[in-house]
Design a protein around this ligand. Structure first.
Ligand SMILES: C[S@@+](CC[C@H](N)C(=O)[O-])C[C@H]1O[C@@H](n2cnc3c(N)ncnc32)[C@H](O)[C@@H]1O
Length: 253
């Protein structure tokens, strides 16, 4: 229903333990992790919320030096994986969404791995931004990235470009992506996962929202944030039409 907050619907990737087990294999620690760790250090953030923390690769790295770090995610299966890693005991893991924490006086909220794109409807995106604002203390920061629609990265989400064989915890697998539909600002695709030992096939359908830089700027301003930076890569380069990501750093106004 328009205007009402939609219940969180999770893609199969974040629910089926066999697909959750692939997440860290396919999304290894990278320079995005360095970006967020450096930012937390520069801001001297003592209380940090990692919203949509998933398996918690960044969350655990942030939880050092006496910081209080919350890892929040609606997926029990992703959090179960997160809790299984060394260092997990330094994090407060919470099953929930942006509204769960309330006012915790955070210095920094991060949303990484393009979590911003799971909010398909604008009213859900705005509700999440408003809840994040509530979790932040005065002058607190929000940092996140979203894929840049003008770079049209989805054009590579085809079987030819993405096919791989993986040795997973559940035996050898063949995995690939197939694009289903592309409409202005919205992309639907399927992740195909074939378990070679059993022949079982899991097809995980996902939809992502591709908001423009102007749309995200506006939503941040309307939700009580001041946009401080929009970078076009993880080395803090400028935004260009071909930049793969838009990395936003905003401050609670
Ligand atoms: C691509 S993963 C990113 C995980 C992690 N942040 C990373 O960088 O690897 C997206 C995560 O967003 C979570 N998610 C889905 N809907 C959400 C919502 N409404 N609020 C917060 N997180 C959500 C999923 O459960 C999943 O763990």
């Amino acid at each position: 229903m328009r205007g009402e907050r939609s219940p969180v619907k999770l893609d199969l990737h974040y629910v089926d333990p066999r697909l959750v087990a692939l997440y860290d294999l396919e999304n290894a620690r990278g320079i995005d992790t360095d970006f967020y760790c450096d930012l937390a250090r520069e801001l001297d953030a003592r209380v940090i919320v990692d919203l949509g923390c998933g398996t918690g690769v960044l969350t655990r790295e942030l939880a050092t030096g006496g910081r209080r770090v919350f890892g929040v995610d609606p997926s029990e299966a992703m959090l179960a994986a997160a809790r299984g890693h060394p260092g997990a005991e330094r994090v407060e893991w919470i099953v929930g969404d942006a509204t769960t924490l309330g006012a915790v006086d955070a210095d920094l909220v991060v949303m990484t791995g393009n979590v911003a794109q799971v909010f398909l409807e604008d009213h859900d995106w705005i509700a999440a931004l408003q809840a994040i604002r509530t979790s932040l203390g005065p002058g607190g920061h929000l940092a996140f990235e979203s894929r840049n629609p003008t770079a049209r990265g989805w054009e590579n989400w085809t079987r030819d470009e993405t096919y791989e064989r993986i040795d997973s915890a559940n035996g050898p697998m063949r995995c690939w992506l197939d694009l289903v539909t592309v409409e202005p600002g919205r992309v639907v695709f399927e992740g195909h996962n074939v378990f070679e030992n059993t022949g079982e096939v899991l097809v995980a359908r996902s939809e992502l929202r591709f908001r423009s830089q102007a749309e995200i700027d506006r939503s941040l301003t309307e939700s009580g944030f001041e946009v401080q930076h929009v970078f076009g890569d993880w080395r803090r380069g400028p935004m260009r039409p071909s930049s793969p990501v838009m990395v936003f750093v905003a401050r609670r106004a």
